[in-house]
Design a protein around this ligand. Structure first.
Ligand code: NAD
Ligand code: TYD
Length: 351
């Protein structure tokens, strides 16, 4: 039985991953360690709480003593590390939390995991989840490969770059069995409504302004979260120690194309009629400082070495995502409400 520590499993990608793993591999049990920041919601895994192979620990990766206790108690055979501060705009307004969690937190985790691995040969893998934003910005052509030099633009991507280097250093210096995946922008269910796609879906539903940075010409390479989960599990199981794998969905779109698509789709689903279109809600606002122009992933290493390819097409999976938000407004309202934060504090005592 694989005993896996998932960090940040109450967040967007982590919660999708925990569900994916419970549904796709019966040989795993999971401990989800999450400090439940604004972006972490136990509700995102309420359907998994009764599953005997899953347990939740409310705690912080900055708490080294807690990490040591958990490794002793559960004798983990692997770690999949999602926990992070993840939003670029927040990193511009307040970088310190990004330094704390993404750099110091990752250092704690990789160091405790390394000490554990030295005493427990059963420990087989530290998998660090990272971003393509570490590579900086592309012009009109080209794509990031695993050998593209790091050139981060935001405090967020700089902190992720730093954490990648730490994980790599632990592999080279101490031999810790580790892998890193750097993926492009994810979308899908349970994403906190501050990132482009869920923010736009909800603002269209609620007839609020749709803030598009600059001229909306920036390009992202979109990856459906379920495709990301299958890639992570493939790399965790079959990837080579010390290697990095880029994960991408092969779906480059300009931001404005996505906003137009969502306006038309949500209007159609909600039966918004009368000649007006939600496109009229678009407001071109001041650009993000240091805004990377374009991201694109060359995922050929993952395809050639491990046989992984995305299974979902962008427009279909985006429509599924829209349907999910339309059907899950209770989740949305809870994660946005202050009262809900009080409920978490009462019901999920911190370890
Ligand atoms: P998220 O913000 O939705 O979730 C992060 C989770 O980490 C939350 O549940 C939060 O409570 C938890 N957390 C934060 N600080 C913590 C701490 N100190 N201790 C314990 N838990 C803590 O993020 P996400 O979008 O799910 O991203 C997950 C990972 O994937 C991150 O490492 C991120 O850098 C990376 N990533 C995300 C994207 C994307 O498009 N969302 C793209 C590339 C890479
Ligand atoms: P975001 O979802 O924040 O992800 P990232 O910054 O990690 O790529 O933003 C995706 C793109 O959408 C990015 O180019 C910034 C842009 N954007 C807007 O135009 N308006 C918004 O309100 C947000 C949140 C993002």
């Amino acid at each position: 039985m694989n005993r896996i520590l998932v960090t940040g499993g109450a967040g967007f990608i982590g919660s999708n991953f925990v569900r994916y793993l419970l549904n796709n591999d019966s040989g795993c049990c999971i401990v989800n360690l999450d400090s439940l920041t604004y972006a972490g919601n136990p509700l995102s895994l309420s359907d998994c709480e009764q599953e005997g192979r899953y347990s939740f620990v409310h705690g912080d990766i900055l708490d080294r003593a807690l990490l040591e206790r958990l490794f002793d108690e559960f004798a983990f055979t692997g770690v999949i590390h999602f926990a992070a501060e993840s939003h670029v705009d927040r990193s511009i307004l307040g970088p310190e939390a990004f330094i704390d969690t993404n750099i110091k937190g990752t250092f704690n985790l990789v160091d405790v995991a390394c000490n554990h691995w030295k005493k427990n040969p059963e420990f087989c893998r530290f998998h660090h989840i990272s971003t393509d934003e570490v590579y900086g910005s592309l012009g009109e052509t080209g794509a990031f490969s695993e050998t593209t030099p790091y050139d981060p633009s935001s405090p967020y991507s700089a902190s992720k770059a730093s954490s990648d280097h730490l994980v790599k250093a632990y592999n080279r210096t101490y031999g810790l069995p580790s892998v890193i995946t750097n993926c492009s922008n994810n979308y899908g269910p349970y994403q906190f409504p501050e990132k482009l796609i869920p923010l736009m879906i909800l603002n269209i539903m609620e007839k609020k302004a749709l803030p598009v940075y600059g001229r909306g010409e920036n390009i992202r390479d979109w990856l459906y979260v379920e495709d990301h989960c299958s890639a992570i599990w493939k790399v965790f199981c079959d990837g080579k120690d010390g290697e990095t794998y880029n994960v991408g969905g092969g779906a480059e779109r300009k931001n404005i194309e996505i906003v137009h698509f969502l306006c038309d789709l949500v209007d159609q689903k909600l039966g918004h009629t009368g000649g007006s279109s939600s496109r009229e809600l678009i407001e071109y606002v001041q650009d993000r400082p240091g805004h990377d122009f374009r991201y694109a992933i060359d995922a050929s290493k993952l395809k050639n070495d491990l046989g992984w390819e995305p299974a979902f097409t962008f427009e279909e999976a985006l429509e599924e995502t829209v349907d999910w938000y339309l059907a899950n407004m209770e989740w949305v309202n809870n994660v946005r409400s202050g009262a809900y934060r009080d409920w978490i504090d009462t019901n999920y005592a911190k370890r």
